[in-house]
Design a protein around this ligand. Structure first.
Ligand code: TK8
Length: 338
């Protein structure tokens, strides 16, 4: 009987290449259940892009890749999900690059204030060799960085007072992401930076545990922060990327064909997400105004003062081991500006 099994096995093995040659994709793509976690709501720009990504994966795999999105941090906050991916308990996620600093410290470089002037520069750096290099750095840590999505330029909200000049930030308890660059930046601005997971933010604002926070206008809209925040200051102090991650354990078990589907669908999702987020962002300010937020811009002179004030943050970042990566990103940005 064993011999027979062996013989059938050999026969199958001999046949396999022939079958594979005639219908490679059908042979190399298995049914896969993919749990994809994210922090924002289903109706957010993040939620829409997750849905699009799921559809692309399904289309490109002939319906075999069944990706289910879990929004509102229902699988955990960014850091918890990263660990679930590393352990192999979850397949994919999207989150902020800022929360990856515990795994690859160099990701903190994106968080330095006023680095990018516009989205075009950000796209060029993120999608170019610099961004690619940081994605690759995740491979040793149990993660696969697929693509960057846009979270966007971050703006300040608070419940205390309009912020029209630097001094207005004084003493404001401001929630920041769990990242040393943010903590340093806002303490320099005179605020009292409180690191907190995004999933705890709405309640913290509602109960007054913190007075304010900073996020792109799309998030201020989709997370309904206008219900608990009166003042919005368009400061654009940091361009914040999101990053789509896969579990390396899971990814390593995929066939070459399956990996190709994952990468192609991810690339398509990036194009969709950026376009969609930019369109949504253009509508958000009017929406937030209608919801009763008092909105102001910062004058160019005030922005210059802020830039001046946080300059030492760059020196501190360099001194803390970031000198090399900082030089590299500045060179990449300079190249993008040409
Ligand atoms: C969502 C977060 C969010 C980020 C933050 O999980 O934490 O403020 O901007 O988008 O990644």
């Amino acid at each position: 009987f064993r011999k027979l099994l062996l013989a059938t096995g050999i026969a199958a093995a001999l046949l396999a290449p022939v079958v594979a040659a005639t219908s490679a994709s059908a042979q190399e793509v298995k049914t896969r259940i993919i749990r994809f976690g994210y922090g924002l709501s289903e109706s957010s720009n993040q939620g829409r892009a997750v849905k699009y990504f799921a559809e692309e994966l399904s289309k490109r795999s002939g319906g075999k890749f069944k990706m289910k999105g879990f929004g509102d941090a229902s699988l955990g906050n960014d850091i918890q999900m990263q660990n679930a991916l590393i352990g192999g308990a979850q397949e994919m996620m999207v989150g902020s690059t800022a929360t990856l600093v515990g795994i690859v410290k160099d990701f903190g470089v994106y968080d330095l204030p006023f680095l990018f002037n516009n989205e075009k520069e950000a796209d060029a750096v993120l999608d170019g060799p610099f961004g690619e290099k940081l994605l690759k750095a995740l491979n040793d840590k149990g993660l696969v960085g697929l693509v960057y999505w846009e979270n966007g330029f971050r703006n300040l909200t608070n419940s205390k007072r309009p912020i029209t000049k630097l001094e207005d930030m004084g003493g404001i308890k401001l929630r920041v992401m769990q990242n040393p660059v943010y903590i340093d930046m806002f303490n320099r601005f005179g605020a009292n930076a409180v690191p907190l997971a995004f999933s705890e933010l709405f309640t913290a604002l509602e109960t007054g545990t913190v007075d304010g926070q900073e996020n792109p206008v799309t998030t201020i809209q989709s997370s309904k922060f206008y219900e608990v925040q009166k003042y919005l200051t368009i400061s654009r102090h940091v361009y914040s990327p999101w990053i789509v991650l896969a579990s390396k354990r899971w990814y390593d078990g995929l066939s070459a064909d399956e990996k190709k589907i994952v990468h192609e669908a991810a690339a398509a999702s990036r194009e969709f997400e950026r376009k969609d987020s930019r369109e949504a962002s253009a509508q958000s300010v009017a929406y937030l105004k209608e919801k009763g937020m008092q909105i102001n811009e910062l004058s160019p002179a005030e922005l210059d003062r802020m830039r001046e004030m946080v300059k030492p943050a760059f020196d501190k970042y360099a001194a803390d081991g970031g000198a090399e990566i900082l030089k590299e990103i500045q060179a990449a940005i300079a190249a993008a500006r040409k």
